[in-house]
Design a protein around this ligand. Structure first.
Ligand SMILES: [Mn+2]
Length: 364
């Protein structure tokens, strides 16, 4: 059996919400993906871009990546596509092309090197693609250009791009892809983190967004994490990868007193402790009382890698309370007391001083 694996969007070196612990999550899910892929004894392993989160990656994550790439290349050919996160802003440069110097079995796709041909179990397999291109015009031009090759036994297009209907703005229209899709036997892309078929191309060529190995935002909470395996050039399987459990709880509490809002959030936290590692709580409420009576400091809650709580009072209430509000030195005191900043004596004194200086002497 011939197996080809494709892993995408591992985002190594991302310090999600500045949490050091999250750094390790990206490493662990990358290592889980590569080890699960290597267990299948693949004839080739493709990385579809955004292996790292920053153009100049955090050293330990880069070390993990490089040792793993060399280790894999000892056993099977490696193809790397360059993602947007690997490319440095205005210079448009990346370290990724250097990866091909690490081992003769590592090949990096770019506009300078868009075609790689390998002999896999007696079949001539072509892998075609280039680095992420931000300009739609250029991306579509390059796609048409690289599609003029002479067919091999099996040809794979490997990109890291936003495709029309899957991302806005996008770099590749469905029309530009449909025009060349027939040249390929399989189309794979990184960039969109949710694993899915690119259904508008499926009637011509099996086409997929590969999916990511670790989520980089709460918007991705529902996405499964994993990688893609192709068996005998026809059967595609999405293989799940271990990643940090992420949940997003959203709700509208209607009209409620601040104390009850605090209690509701505390209950949500209690229910989720030990069940999820990264928790986001977004609450909309019509507040029957003082905004500052809401609990604002949740950093003392244990058991989460990320706990992100926000309460959004309905706009109407906000305006009403603003009309009534009268600023005084006591209000400054109250703010510091209730917003969990009572320890910031220095800041409180500065605020009171500024109030005295600029607002206190103001006569209506
Ligand atoms: Mn990405």
């Amino acid at each position: 059996m011939t197996i080809i694996c494709c892993i995408s969007d591992s985002h190594l070196g991302y310090r999600h919400r500045m949490k050091k612990q999250r750094l390790l999550d990206y490493e662990n899910s990358f290592l889980d993906a590569t080890s699960k892929a290597m267990e299948l004894n693949p004839s080739m392993l493709i990385f579809a871009g955004d292996l790292v989160h920053h153009p100049r990656p955090e050293p330990k994550s880069l070390h993990t990546l490089i040792t793993k790439l060399i280790d894999i290349a000892e056993k099977t050919p490696v193809i790397v596509c360059i993602g947007n996160h690997e490319i440095e802003g205005h210079l448009g440069t990346a370290y990724t092309p250097i990866f091909s110097d690490l081992h003769k079995n590592i090949h990096v796709l770019s506009t300078d090197n868009p075609h790689i041909t390998l002999n896999l179990d007696g079949k001539r397999v072509g892998i075609h693609g280039f680095q992420y291109l931000r300009s739609r015009k250029l991306a579509q031009e390059k796609l048409a250009e690289i599609s003029g090759f002479e067919k091999n036994d099996y040809d794979i297009l490997c990109l890291h791009q936003g495709i029309e209907r899957y991302l806005s703005p996008f770099e590749l229209s469905l029309k530009s892809l449909r025009e060349v899709a027939g040249k390929f036997d399989l189309i794979l892309s990184g960039h969109v983190h949710k694993h899915q078929e690119i259904k508008e191309l499926m009637d011509v060529t099996p086409s997929y967004y590969v999916g990511s190995t670790e989520r980089i935002s709460f918007n991705e909470a529902e996405n499964p994490t994993g990688f893609l395996a192709l068996r005998n050039f026809n059967e595609v399987e999405f293989i799940p990868v271990k990643s940090a459990i992420m949940d997003s709880v959203k709700g509208n509490l209607g009209s409620m007193k601040p104390g009850d809002v605090n209690k509701t959030i505390e209950d949500i936290i209690k229910d989720n402790r030990g069940r999820t590692e990264c928790l986001q709580i977004r609450i909309n409420v019509e507040l029957e009382g003082d905004y500052f009576d809401l609990r604002h400091d949740w950093s003392q809650e244990q058991g989460f890698k990320i706990l992100d709580v926000s309460v959004i009072p309905s706009a109407e209430e906000e305006f009403k309370s603003l009309e009534k509000i009268e600023i005084s030195k006591d209000l400054v005191e109250e703010y510091f007391e209730k917003s969990g900043m009572h320890a910031r004596e220095d800041l409180r004194e500065i605020c009171k001083e500024l109030y005295e200086k600029y607002a206190g002497g103001f006569k209506r």
